[in-house]
Design a protein around this ligand. Structure first.
Ligand SMILES: *[C@@H]1O[C@H](CO)[C@@H](O)[C@H](O)[C@H]1NC(C)=O
Ligand SMILES: *[C@@H]1O[C@H](CO)[C@@H](O)[C@H](O)[C@H]1NC(C)=O
Length: 424
């Protein structure tokens, strides 16, 4: 399958009526690899009211590309910013081969990366297997075939192996726009946190692991004095209320809506989470997601969990198009009172949870829902978990070490020359 499939997606992508959710979901399910997605109506008319007045005008189409490996809320925020610069956002997901050639092997496969990007509510269409460099030929294709008006990238440098700028052609053509890089998180930083979280397990203590930990412990952002120290890694993310508002749909359920509730840790938000949430959303009209507090996740999975803290996990879940609302810091037990308060019609739980949960099995968190006959289990379509992501990194350590070395250098340069950039 290649970029040609995009035309099919485009035809479906124009559906913008209330209740288009089911159609959008069907498109995702059907295409799977190259997908055209319809923004949720709440989004089109809520966050982007200008669309109402511009119906007759030509839509501004913007393009953003990326690897989107180990996708986090920083990626989601970049896509949100890009979407604000136009009416329709087309995202190019760079191929496994191109990532391998330019940066080293990706942790997540093309299929998983496409699932993640497609799930972001600000994304309208996805082009699979995009090239790393926007050369003259591909740029032309974007302008003519995909009707792109502007190419968007963050203010961090994106260099090709020969040191040249991957966006030079777009800049020269005057069709380039820049967004501000999201502060406080990077994939390098997340890998470092993962290594901290496994370090206390005796089975993982090996020379391989020790060397990985050295490599990834430098991350960006920390001063040289704090890097490398085990246990010194802290998130630089400073959650603001405005960011949460930007990620929210800002709408409650319609009066007759069937409300589905699903809770969990949603740590290292991945394709398994996305597909379970999609299935949960399809069981009702409004999906309310409870994100467990850091304390609850620690109590269940061990002291070094969660890897992403509560606000980070909440933003990742909020960026997902299948989610209508989140509870930031949900309790472990879904009580009868909660069911009444939120008028929950159905409580669901994914069947492929973490294997290593230490939780006290005596308390069934879904007892009240089961007693009321409103509990359902969703068979997770994928077996990926937070642990499987961590083990992928450990087994491929040499390749990731090299990749991270390159990345660290460019990140260091970015932070050294960093200046204030206005924007969200
Ligand atoms: C509660 O949810 C049901 C659907 O399950 C709906 O029919 C009912 O109107 C809701 N109640 C209120 C007060 O919104
Ligand atoms: C998970 O699924 C993949 C592909 O669907 C399969 O290759 C792998 O063996 C599975 N792993 C486990 C632990 O079931």
């Amino acid at each position: 399958m290649g970029q040609g499939d995009w035309h099919v997606a485009e035809g479906l992508g124009v559906v913008k009526v209330l209740g288009a959710m089911a159609i959008a979901a069907a498109v995702v399910g059907m295409a799977g690899r190259v997908v055209g997605l319809t923004p949720l109506p709440e989004l089109a008319f809520g966050l982007f009211p200008q669309n109402n007045n511009r119906k007759k005008k030509k839509k501004v189409r913007v393009y953003m590309d990326g690897c989107f490996d180990m996708m986090h809320y920083g990626h989601a925020n970049a896509l949100r910013q890009a979407r604000v610069l136009g009416d329709e956002l087309v995202v190019g997901v760079i191929s496994d081969e191109e990532i391998k050639a330019n940066k080293g092997p990706p942790v997540m496969s093309m299929d998983e990366r496409v699932v993640m990007v497609s799930s972001v509510k600000w994304v309208d269409e996805v082009i699979q297997d995009a090239p790393y460099e926007i050369n003259a030929e591909f740029m032309n294709k974007l302008f003519t075939e995909y009707k792109i008006d502007y190419i968007i990238h963050g203010d961090d440098p994106c260099l090709l192996p020969d040191g040249s700028d991957a966006y030079a052609h777009a800049k020269k053509a005057g069709r380039y726009k820049q967004i501000k890089r999201t502060e406080g998180v990077s994939s390098t930083d997340i890998v470092g946190r993962m290594l901290l979280c496994v370090r206390d397990r005796p089975t993982n203590e090996s020379p391989v692991h020790a060397s990985l930990q050295r490599q990834f412990s430098h991350g960006h952002g920390g001063s040289p004095g704090t890097s490398g120290g085990v246990g010194t890694r802290v998130s630089h993310f400073l959650p603001t209320s405005r960011r949460i508002v930007q990620f929210s749909n800002g709408k409650g359920p319609r009066p007759d809506a069937r409300i589905v509730y699903m809770d969990g840790a949603f740590d290292l938000f991945h394709a398994g989470h996305v597909e379970t949430l999609k299935a949960a959303r399809a069981m009702g009209d409004f999906l309310l997601v409870g994100i467990h507090s850091d304390q609850i996740v620690s109590a269940n999975r061990g002291l070094n969990h969660p890897i992403m803290h509560l606000h980070e996990r909440s933003l990742s879940v909020l960026a997902c198009r299948y989610v209508d609302e989140v509870i930031i810091g949900a309790p472990w037990e879904v009580t009868k009172d909660m069911i009444t308060t939120f008028n929950i019609s159905l409580v669901v739980h994914g069947s492929c949870a973490e294997e290593n949960e230490l939780r006290n099995r005596e308390i069934d968190p879904y007892k009240a829902a089961k007693a009321a006959g409103i509990f359902a289990e969703i068979k997770s379509p994928r077996n990926i978990t937070t642990s499987t992501i961590i083990s992928r990194i450990l087994t491929n350590h040499e390749a990731y070490r090299k990749r991270n070395q390159k990345k660290e250098e460019s990140e260091k340069q970015y932070y050294l020359s960093k200046t204030y950039v206005n924007g969200d």
